[in-house]
Every structure is written in C-alpha cells, then in structure tokens.
Design a protein around this ligand. Structure first.
Ligand SMILES: C[S@@+](CC[C@H](N)C(=O)[O-])C[C@H]1O[C@@H](n2cnc3c(N)ncnc32)[C@H](O)[C@@H]1O
Length: 323
C-alpha cells in the first residue's frame, strides 16, 4: 500500500535527475494491444495506476513518444492531451485514442486546435489520432489551467476535473453524511475521493485516526489539501489490496464505486464490502451508501453478523453492517 504523507513527485529541484534517468516514452492508461502498438520501455503516467509517475511532473520536452488512452470528459481530456504534448520533444510522437462515443470523435479537432497535424484511423470502435509535436503549441496553457487542481463549491474544497463528482457533492454521499452517527476510534474511508465524507467523520473528536484510501492520485492529493488533520493518513491504492495493511478497525465508511472504465461493475462494491469486513475488528461497523439498484445485500450478509438498511430514499440506500 502506498501511504502518502507528501505527494509523489519527480526528484526535487536541488537534486535534478540525470538525463539518462528520465523516461523517454510514456503510456497514459491501459489501451488495448489489439488497438494500438505500445512502446515496450514506457513508464505509466495515469493517475489511476498507483505508483505511476505524474505526467505533470515530467520535464517539458523530454519524451520521444507517448500513447494516451484519452479520458471521456472534455476538460480532463484536453488537459491530458496538453500535458502529453508539453512533455514531448518537438518532433516527438503522440498517439491518442478513445472509443468513438467516449471522446474519440473529438480527438482530431482537439489536437488540431493545439497546432498539430493529425493522422487519424479507426479500429475496434476506437478513433486513433497520431501527431508529431510541433515546435510551437497553441492554446495549451488555457487547457492546462482549466484541467488543473482547483477549489470548487461553497466549501472551497480542492478538486480536479476527472475525479469522481469533481465539482459537487454526490447525492449518495450527502445521504450517508446525513445518516451517519458520531463515529469513534480508528477507521477508514474506502474510496475517499477528495474527502467529502472524511470531513464530517473527522468532526467527531472521538475519532482517533482515519485512513483515506483512493485509487485516483488526483483525489488523494486533493484530499490531502482538504483534510489538514494530524489524525489522517492517505493511501493511493486499490482498496481491495489495501486491507492487508489495515486491521482491527472500529469503523469503515464508504460510497463505493460501481463503474470501471465507464462500464458498470457491481463486483467493485462487493470487493469493497469484503475488504471492509477484513479490515474491521469483531463488532466494528461498516457504513455504506449505494444506488438502490445495486445488489450488495448478499455480500453484506455473507461477511457481517448484523446488517440493517437504515434508510432508502431518492434512489439510494444506506447500510449499517456490524461484523
Ligand atoms: C463513488 S466515489 C466516492 C468518493 C467520495 N467518497 C465521495 O463521496 O465523494 C468512489 C471513489 O472510489 C475510488 N475508487 C474506485 N475504484 C477504487 C479502488 N479499486 N480502490 C480504491 N478507490 C477506488 C474512485 O476514485 C472514487 O473516488
């Protein structure tokens, strides 16, 4: 498990990396080998791959090649494409691809607007755009500013386009916050996002420690800025693996994800429930919110001795499950 006291960064400026240590090629995300050729020696730079390098921290004009599985959100995608072009040497090769209906059809236009001459092809429902980085880029500063970490909502929380519900409180989370009793002891927030749920949990002085875990580095970094509290530690990892490092917890709170790469995946939430059961002490409690249609009852009954649906309203249900 990656525990983050400080953000993972490229080596500090006073000890700059030797040119020979710098990666020359990178991959953003997990494009299919069946759709595109991937450079063998590339470093992973997606924030959704724990342990990966931060594309924003790579020196400008340092890469020969990058392959980007472009995200579906417009602001996030333009940000990643602008970062990728900035990290490339002039003449370096960008391959950007996306499913046709998840941004693929816009790649050519977006890259052309950045000053690229684009070659485009199609394969297995993807659009694939290839461009060599021009000497001079256009409009990247605006795209980099729009997609950067920023403060949102009346609460002025740090967030970033691309993280879950990036600029508003999710209604499921809001219901869980409304339903939670005052918690105490040592706990964790599974899939903590930018910290919406952790904030009210930490309002209880009886909470001694809280581990906030998320798969998305951007969310973990935002949460670290939003939760300036010595009781909190952060983990950038997959909850289903993190539980090995957590045990005998008094409580877990969670609004688990149910989408993986844009597709509904019920097993994600079921994996979160199993991980919570593994992390809690006997008598410890899981507070969980889920969309009404998600089938979590069997997984809860299997791992917990007492399960209660506390509220079901507006398309969501909140469970209290005691181990
Ligand atoms: C429904 S959101 C809830 C976020 C936050 N708790 C809130 O209420 O705003 C689920 C969170 O789980 C994270 N996530 C998805 N898969 C994960 C995994 N396997 N392990 C840890 N976190 C994961 C997502 O990045 C997202 O932030």
């Amino acid at each position: 498990m990656l525990l983050l006291g400080v953000a993972p960064t490229f080596p500090a400026p006073q000890n700059p990396p030797r040119m020979s240590d710098l990666p020359v090629s990178a991959i953003y995300g997990s494009p299919s080998f069946a759709v595109v050729d991937l450079p063998g020696d590339a470093v992973q730079v997606s924030p959704l791959s724990p342990g990966s390098q931060d594309l924003a921290a790579l020196p400008a004009a340092s890469l020969d090649e990058i392959v980007v599985l472009a995200p579906p959100g417009v602001v996030e995608r333009r940000y990643v494409l602008a970062q990728a072009l900035t990290a490339l040497k002039p003449g370096g090769r960008l391959t950007a691809l996306a499913l046709k209906d998840r941004g693929g059809q816009r790649l050519n236009k977006e890259l052309t607007a950045f000053g690229c001459v684009v070659g485009e092809s199609a394969k297995r429902h993807h659009r694939i755009a290839v461009a060599l980085r021009p000497e001079t880029l256009q409009g990247v500063d605006e795209a980099l500013a729009a997609g950067a970490p920023q403060r949102v909502t009346a609460e002025q929380l740090w967030s970033q386009p691309g993280v879950f519900s990036w600029d508003r409180l999710d209604p499921g989370t809001a219901l869980l916050i409304k339903t939670l009793p005052e918690l105490s002891g040592i706990g964790a927030d599974f899939g903590g996002g930018v910290g919406w749920l952790a904030r009210p949990v930490l309002a209880s002085t009886k909470v001694a420690a809280l581990t906030v875990i998320d798969l998305d580095r951007r969310a973990v970094e935002a949460a670290r800025r939003n939760l300036d509290d010595p009781r909190v530690r952060f983990a950038w990892t997959d909850v289903r693996q993190a539980a090995e490092g957590l045990d005998k917890l008094d409580f877990v709170v969670s609004n688990p994800p149910f989408h993986d790469a844009g597709t509904e995946d019920k097993t994600l939430g079921q994996g979160f429930i199993a991980a919570a059961a593994g992390a809690l002490r006997k008598g410890g409690v899981l507070w969980l919110v889920a969309n009404r249609h998600l089938p979590y009852e069997a997984a809860l009954a299997e791992s917990f001795s007492k399960v209660r649906m506390v509220v079901e309203t507006s398309g969501f249900k909140v469970f209290e499950a005691r181990k």
